[in-house]
Structure formats: C-alpha cells, structure tokens
Design a protein around this ligand. Structure first.
Ligand code: PLP
Length: 470
C-alpha cells in the first residue's frame, strides 16, 4: 500500500502561500470597507444564481476560490465591521482576535475534557478570571472558589445554562411544571427561547412590569413571586437585564436579588452587550448588586473587539450547573476527570465538543491591554453621548429613552410615520445602517456606536445625515 490514492492535502508550504494570499485579501477588504455601501442590494436568490448547480469534481485552484469572494460573497454582505454600522449591537472583531481564530482552527483541538487538551481548559479558566478582574466582578465568580467562568458560544446559551442550573436546584430531574421564571418584557427573546428549550411552557415565564426608564420594577417582581408562591408554585429563576436590547435599560439588580433570595430563586444577570462597560470605573454603578447574582454573562463578541463566538458566563456555585449537565459515558472516562482535580468544560455547556475560544480573548486582552480596552469602550461611549446631545437639541427629534452607554434611541416629533421615513432615508444612503425598535408602542430609531472602525468623523457624518434628513 502507498499514498497514491490519498486526498490532495495542502503541504505546510501550500498553506503558507495560500495563507498569505488570504490574509492579503482580508487586509484589502478592511482597507476598502469604508468605500462600500453598508448593506447589500441583491435580490433574493442572486447568490445561488452565481454558483454552479453541482459541486466541482476536480480540485479547484485556490486563487479561483478567493476570486469568488469578490464576485459572489462581498456584493451580498451586510458589512458588520463598516464604520457606518450603527445597527443592532456591534459584533466584535479585531486583528488579534482574527489571528487567534486562525490559530485555533489550525490547531483543530477539542477542549471537551481537560485531558483532551489541558491548555484549552486552563487558559479558558485563567482568562475568565482575568476578565472577572477587569470587569470588577465579585470574587464569588472566580474559579478559585466555588464558582468560575466558562466561554459559551452566545449569551442565549448562557441564559439556557443558567435556567438549566436553576431548574436543577429547584426541582432536580423534574417534574418542572410548577417552576416559574421571571423577566421583564424588555428582556431578550433568548429568555423565552431558553424556557421553551428547557421543556417549560411559555406561560411559565412571568413578565415583570417596567418603569419609565424601561427597567424592571422590583415591587412588581415581588408581587408576582409572592402570588406564585401562595399558589404552591416554585419561583426558580429571575433574569435581570444589565442593558436591555432595545434601549440598554439597566434593571435594579440589588433589590431584585432581595426578592429572588426571599424565594430561593436563581438570579441570572444578562449583560450580553452592556456588561463590557463594567470595564470603566465610572460606569461600575451598572453592576450594583452583581455580588448577589448566581450567574452573569457578557459578550466580548459584541463590545470587546473579539470575533463571534465568545460569551463569558460566570456562576457563583458551579455544582448545580455541573450536576445538571454531567453525563459520563465509558468512552470519556479518564484518570484526570476521576482525580477530581480538573475542570471538564463539557459539563458547563450543552454540546460535548468545544473550540479553543479562549485563545482569541487572550490575544485581545494582551494586544490591547486593559488600558486599550478601556479606551475603546470609553471613546465610543463618549461618541454616543455626543450624538445624543445633538439629537436632544434638534427641533424635530426627541430622545426616546435614557442613554447611559453607547446606544441612542430617538424618534421624530411628527410621529411613527416620520420616524420610519427617516430611518428608510438614512439607510437608503448606503453610508450608514441603523435599525429600530418599539418603546411603549412608539417606533424608535436606534444608533448603536461600536465597531472597531467607527471614529468621531463617522459619527459626525451620521449626524450630518440625520440633521439633513429629519
Ligand atoms: N441578551 C441581550 C441583552 C442581547 O442584547 C442579546 C443580543 O443582542 C442577547 C442576549 C443574545 O445574544 P447572543 O447572540 O450572544 O445569543
């Protein structure tokens, strides 16, 4: 037997040559990003129409594959890293993060068990402890005590894991029909999705009323929980928002923790986007009460220059999470696990397999330093505040909600139709992209500042467009 029939793998030299070409393509993409329209105008089906109906039989030249990025892919992209991106929330990216992902993919390791690559587990534990320090999180979330951190793919998974741990603490393996979950109607849709995925009925999710600033009302939470407890139901989980998706409203975590504690419910704090602002000492007030939360998550893949996917999820006590998610078949048994001296992150998440995601967070933290990360968040938060001041002073515009961080919600004084028309006109320029939400039933434009490329001149350009088109 010889290797005549082996697949046409690249040699390390091929990889080097094509890799340089791919990095050159990526650098050119970043250089030319600003000249492109932020969104694509292709018709549905356009991309597929450019592609051959069947896959190639013979190997193709890599140069032809790269060329098709320009022909087929980039014309049909929404450019999330564009400096005129003010939509949704930003999705993080930076040079160090991209290169870490390249290396992670090159290594191709699975970190499901400590023993399947000790570096994957230990670097992750360590970097999550670093993040806890950078964000000023309470010691209970550090791995040195009963708690610890893990990287999930997304905040939705973190919320699901929090619910599964809470469900375990409240009812073990079930039944679950008497459990109740509490979140405001401003909470992200992933809370309701977690409820469904965890086998609870959507009616087991109670909605907490919000105040004028769209923050959950602890007095209403107390009412809901007391009524449920009186009916023999079991309050299992409260989800507090550290920055809602619509308007970055900050729920009062400390009084919500009081109410949750009274009923023995798990308190999860969702800081998916806004949690990164805890980096700034002047904004630490948004995390007041976190020292009493059972779990907390934030996404470096939104605000912190780290490519999707990277959600940091911390628990104050890892035992319920691990107990709920640990299933150990014979083929995964190993001496390290049995020694009890290691973390096996497969027990902290839904899938078994896991990528080496800590690498990108490690590269980002080391390349920017704590000071560089703080400058990024502080500068862009200041740009958003500047934009808010200009909107507030405009005769035909009004701010729609408090804007403590990097998101500004606003509307046209002439009502929903005028606001919708303004959004359409702004996006039709191709130079900026904003999205909308509804607050109190009103149509509201959202300007979310935060890609790595967004500078003061881009926010000035956005303002000039808003002023001209409002
Ligand atoms: N929670 C909040 C407050 C969010 O704003 C978002 C997304 O914008 C999510 C959760 C879901 O994030 P992910 O895409 O990481 O699941």
């Amino acid at each position: 037997m010889d290797d005549t029939d082996a697949a046409p793998h690249w040699t390390p030299d091929d990889f080097r040559r094509y890799g340089h070409a791919a990095v050159e393509w990526a650098a050119r993409y970043l250089e030319t990003l600003e000249d492109r329209p932020v969104t694509s105008d292709v018709e549905p089906g356009w991309v597929r129409a450019q592609l051959p109906a069947s896959p190639p039989d013979a190997p193709e030249d890599f140069a032809a594959v790269l060329a098709d990025l320009d022909r087929v892919v980039t014309p049909a992209l929404t450019h999330w890293q564009h400096p005129g991106w003010f939509a949704y929330f930003p999705t993080g990216a930076s040079g160090p993060s991209v290169l870490a992902d390249l290396i992670s993919s090159t290594l191709g390791v699975q970190g499901m068990l400590w023993s399947t690559s000790p570096a994957v587990t230990e670097l992750e534990t360590h970097v999550l402890d670093w993040m806890a320090e950078l964000l000023g999180l309470p010691d209970r979330f550090r791995s040195t005590g009963a708690g610890g951190g893990v990287i999930q793919d997304a905040a939705s998974s973190a919320t699901l894991c929090a619910l599964i741990a809470a469900r375990w603490r409240a009812a073990g393996d079930g039944p679950f029909d008497r459990l109740r979950v509490y979140a405001s109607d401003q909470a992200h849709s992933s809370v309701e999705k977690a409820v469904r995925v965890a086998g609870l009925h959507p009616t087991q999710l109670r909605r907490i009323d919000v105040d004028d600033a769209y923050a959950a009302r602890p007095d209403h939470l107390a009412e809901l929980m007391a009524a449920d407890a009186a009916d023999g139901l079991v309050p299992a989980l409260v989800v507090a928002n550290l920055g809602t998706t619509s308007s970055t409203a900050i729920d009062p975590v400390a009084p919500m923790a009081d109410v949750a504690a009274e009923h023995g419910a798990w308190l999860h704090v969702d800081g998916a986007h806004a949690g990164a602002h805890l980096l700034l000492p002047e904004l630490r007030w948004i995390g007041e009460g976190l020292d009493r939360a059972d779990s907390f998550c934030m996404n470096p893949h939104k605000r912190l220059l780290t490519n999707f996917d990277c959600d940091c999820f911390w628990v104050a006590d890892r035992r319920p999470l691990v107990a709920a998610l640990s299933v150990l078949p014979e083929y995964l048994r190993n001496a390290a696990t049995e020694s009890g001296a290691v973390i096996d992150y497969r027990d902290w998440q839904i899938p078994l397999g896991r990528r080496f995601r800590a690498l990108k967070l490690w590269f980002v933290i080391r390349s920017y330093g704590a000071e560089g990360l703080r400058r990024h968040v502080r500068h862009q938060t200041a740009l958003a505040q500047d934009l808010a001041a200009r909107i507030a002073a405009h005769p035909r515009l009004e701010l729609s909600a408090p804007h403590p961080l990097d998101l500004v919600c606003f509307h046209h004084v002439d009502g929903d139709e005028a606001s919708e028309a303004l959004l359409a006109r702004l996006n039709a320029t191709g130079r900026v992209f904003l999205t909308h939400t509804r607050l109190d039933g009103r149509f509201v434009l959202r300007a979310s500042v935060g890609t790595q490329a967004t500078e003061a001149r881009h926010v000035d350009a956005l303002w000039a467009l808003i002023d001209a088109l409002a």
